[in-house]
Design a protein around this ligand. Sequence first.
Ligand SMILES: [Zn+2]
Length: 293
Amino acid sequence: MFIDIHLHTRIFEGPARADGRRFATPEELRAMLEPHGVRKGVLLPLVSPEGREVLVTVEETLLVVEEHPDFFVPFMSLDPRQLSNSVDADLSHLMKYYMARGCKGIGEVTANLPFEHPLMENMFKHAQDCRLPIIFHVSPQQDFSYGIVDHLGLPLLEGALQKFPELIFLGHSQPFWSEISGDLKEDERNNYPKGKVVEGGAVVRLMREYPNLRGDLSAGSGLNAITRDPQFGHAFMTEFQDRLYFGTDICAPNNEHHERLISFLNDAVESGHIAREVYEKIAWKNAEQLLGL
Ligand SMILES: [Zn+2]
């Protein structure tokens, strides 16, 4: 069985994207996931304008959950500029409102501001006070696409991990997972680097040093991090078995990467490369605990 920590869907389709893709509907998501043993999925709204034709509001997400209460679990998404666009915006007010409506965390955070930006830190402070975990996307630079901005080696994320030790950060996206290897170069950060994982990767170091950092294995980026060097992947999953989460980030009805992640995990346990307990924690037990299900 699996719990999927990272999904997107929508009711209102909006204009077509330039690449022709569209989010899978709630029904399409269930049809893609349930045959593989996925029993629950976390829906992440998208409320920041960067990279979006139409926003996916928390309200729209709650409507989907109302229709599928047996399967979907809602997160709230917030933008640090919300309310007064100031460092003293009382974001706890919003967070508590959505917590009362069943939201179990915050994400996907995609605002294109650095981790150390005062507005971002204000959001982290309120999230920490409300004990809400955060799923975030990283952008390799400011004014580029979407995601919280950090540099090679993730120094700004490290600063946030230090400053907000009680806040659970779930890392996701290419600029996060490409840092699994110590030989990452600037021009490969937003990519899916292949080959052996070299010692000294920022993700490994930060996970060792900061218990509040977790890994969201969704999307091509999470898949690539643990499959590019399978021997490393098995060891990584074993070392961080209490802090990794199965997820898919299915973004379109024709996506297939989730099937590759599921096969990799199933093969790893069936071949004895990871213990059954490690598999179960990553597949669903860690998520169950995080979400209080
Ligand atoms: Zn996502």
